[in-house]
Design a protein around this ligand. Sequence first.
Ligand SMILES: Nc1nc2c(ncn2[C@@H]2O[C@H](COP(=O)(O)OP(=O)(O)OP(=O)(O)O)[C@@H](O)[C@H]2O)c(=O)[nH]1
Ligand SMILES: [Mg+2]
Length: 228
Amino acid sequence: MAAGGGGERPPGPDPAVLEPYVQTRIFKIIVIGDSNVGKTCLTFRFCGGTFPGKTEATIGVDFREKTVEIEGERIKVQVWDTAGQERFRKSMVEHYYRNVHAVVFVYDVTKMSSFTNLKTWVEECNGHAVPPLVPRVLVGNKCDLKDLIQVPSSLALKFADAHNMLLFETSAKDPQESQNVDAIFMCLVCRLKAQRSLPCRDTEGWPAQPRPHARRPDQPGGKSSCPC
Ligand SMILES: Nc1nc2c(ncn2[C@@H]2O[C@H](COP(=O)(O)OP(=O)(O)OP(=O)(O)O)[C@@H](O)[C@H]2O)c(=O)[nH]1
Ligand SMILES: [Mg+2]
């Protein structure tokens, strides 16, 4: 008869032996928006930790990956860096949205047209039947170009509110903003993790969250508790 106490291991295989077989969850996050807003640079910054010296327009999609650890769970973040140019994306659009877990909409804070075009990107996303539970965030990139800013934060916040998104304003280029770039993705992963560990899903959408718009010193990427 098995004894209950005394620090004995319960019957069954040794957890240490099973550890290599524990599945790592994969979250697919797509990054969309006009060409030249900095989608490739943002994903590069998050997955590789640097700002790429030179980028070409993305053709189709580039995949980047980063494994993060949140509250003891290792999660693989699969980032889909999509093409902004219509001619480089049209054959791929169905693939972008298939089984997507979260969507990052990017505009360039120095280019008003990239912001006004967001409604077209949202329409495309809605047109692909992305479920309302799939979290979406709005990212204003190139904030390092302070003298050239065309899109006021207040306007961006209004858009984010109207579309139930969180807003991040950041720069893929400025190394001091790298934690803020990490926070975009970590925030989504935390939400997905919380959503997917609930016994039953919250069909009303996400509970109210503090806005990450106010830039906060987040914990370093990789190992973190929720940055939201
Ligand atoms: N100043 C500044 N420039 C940036 C920033 N992010 C990207 N850029 C520049 O913006 C240009 C376009 O960046 P990409 O990341 O290639 O843009 P993209 O959105 O991936 O474009 P497509 O692949 O065509 O859809 C490049 O010259 C980058 O160096 C930023 O945060 N600040
Ligand atoms: Mg690109």
